[in-house]
Design a protein around this ligand. Structure first.
Ligand SMILES: Cc1ncc(COP(=O)(O)O)c(C=O)c1O
Length: 391
């Protein structure tokens, strides 16, 4: 492994962040070697210490998201899991959902199943050339019969930030609930749930929140627990004398054993993010994103998707090189330069209709994280220049 890590320039943080803060490795290692307890399943000293860590993780997550209540933070196994819980727990036959063409398959596919088998109607709001939701077209789609609006906070393809406050306001005026997919923004952008017109927010724990894989969160605003049916029922370590699922938060949605090593690691990651501050992490990522876009823009034959302004995006940059398939670019970057990126449709097929990249096989995506440096970006730009020059 050491040999591999030394030669890696990792620019695929939108898929999952790597490396993690040292504190994350230490916390997971300590849990695995010295604790091994199950969350909420015992009262030993070790189990009590673990419960306190899990509680602290919930509090840190709530603080990070600007949410008042830590009990409303539900641990999930990834972003997809939280989105599935929100969508499948909420939607009923006859419901009408408005979403956007920018969504990830973790929204599109549960909605596909609801359309095919659940009697739910789904409408897809169009995007402008930069991949931003067209607010006028969205307004036209909202009627008094719309029950839910689902929107990603930032696209995992273009990195463009969606105007979720405007969308939420429009949706609430129409009487619809709002679910935000914050997979690409949690930990990258300041988020203040309490001041946003939204009802549910799902995110991964392993991307911008820097926790281990197998972690995610769903935040339910007050009252949502009465509308979102729990999708996984079973033991919670609480109210065990009854076969009825507990109504108390967060147990209502957290049946079965937790991913304790993941949550312990996530807690350490959130502690690290609190120390750094989201604003300073954002500044670092914006600097690298500007450097990357400026460098790529100077290379003949390179097209970058989305707006040129780093303020309008997170640290995700999609591009193509004329005459060469994105997958081929990614393979050369990895094999010849040790630069790890992602290529293809990035699990968000519909946005490629708006970007005109469907027929090209998608895009090449570079995504930065807190441990990337200006040297990584320089290397990534130089490698693209070499590939483009050889065409
Ligand atoms: C916008 C968006 N939504 C949802 C997801 C799903 O997150 P996870 O991989 O944690 O299930 C991703 C992952 O890439 C994403 O980019």
């Amino acid at each position: 492994m050491t040999g591999l890590t030394q030669s890696r320039t990792y620019l695929d943080n939108a898929a999952t962040s790597w490396p993690k803060p040292e504190a994350v490795y230490a916390a997971v290692d300590r849990y695995q070697r010295e604790s091994g307890a199950a969350v909420g399943r015992g009262a030993t000293r070790v189990a009590t210490e673990l419960s306190a860590t899990v509680g602290r993780c919930r509090e840190r997550a709530a603080r990070l998201l600007g949410a008042e209540s830590a009990e409303r933070v539900v641990f999930t196994f990834n972003g997809t899991d939280g989105l599935n819980l929100a969508l499948n727990g909420l939607l009923q036959p006859g419901d009408r959902v408005v979403t956007t063409l920018a969504e990830h398959n973790s929204v599109l596919r549960p909605l596909w199943a609801q359309r095919e088998f659940g009697g739910v109607e789904v409408d897809y709001g169009p995007l402008n050339a930069d991949g931003i939701i067209d607010l006028n077209a969205l307004r036209d789609r909202l009627t008094s019969e719309t029950t839910l609006v689902v929107i990603t906070h930032a696209s995992n393809v273009t990195g463009m930030i969606q105007p979720i406050a405007d969308v939420g306001e429009m949706a609430h005026e129409a009487g619809a609930l709002v679910l935000v997919d914050a997979a690409q923004t949690a930990g990258h952008l300041p988020i203040d749930i309490e001041s946003l017109p939204i009802d549910l927010l799902a995110c991964s724990g392993h991307k911008g929140l820097l926790g281990p894989l197998g972690t995610g969160l769903l935040y339910l605003c007050p009252g949502m627990e009465e509308l979102v049916f729990p999708m996984r029922l079973g033991g919670t370590g609480s109210q065990s004398e009854t076969d009825e699922q507990p109504a108390t938060m967060p147990d209502r949605y957290e049946s079965g054993n937790h991913n304790a090593p993941g949550i312990v690691g996530l807690d350490a990651a959130l502690g690290w993010i609190e120390e750094q501050g989201v604003a300073s992490l954002r500044e670092h990522e914006q600097g690298l994103t500007s450097q990357l876009m400026e460098g790529l823009r100077k290379i003949n034959g390179v097209t970058i998707y989305g707006s040129a302004s780093p303020e309008e995006r997170v640290g995700v940059v999609s591009f193509n090189i004329d005459g060469i398939a994105p997958q081929e670019v990614a393979t050369i970057l990895d094999q010849n330069f040790g630069i790890e990126v992602r290529a293809g449709f990035h699990c968000a097929p519909r946005i490629h209709e708006s970007l005109g990249t469907m027929g090209l096989g998608g895009t090449v995506r570079k995504s930065v994280g807190p441990f990337n440096t200006t040297e990584h970006i320089e290397a990534a730009i130089g490698a693209v220049r070499e590939i483009a020059d050889a065409m």
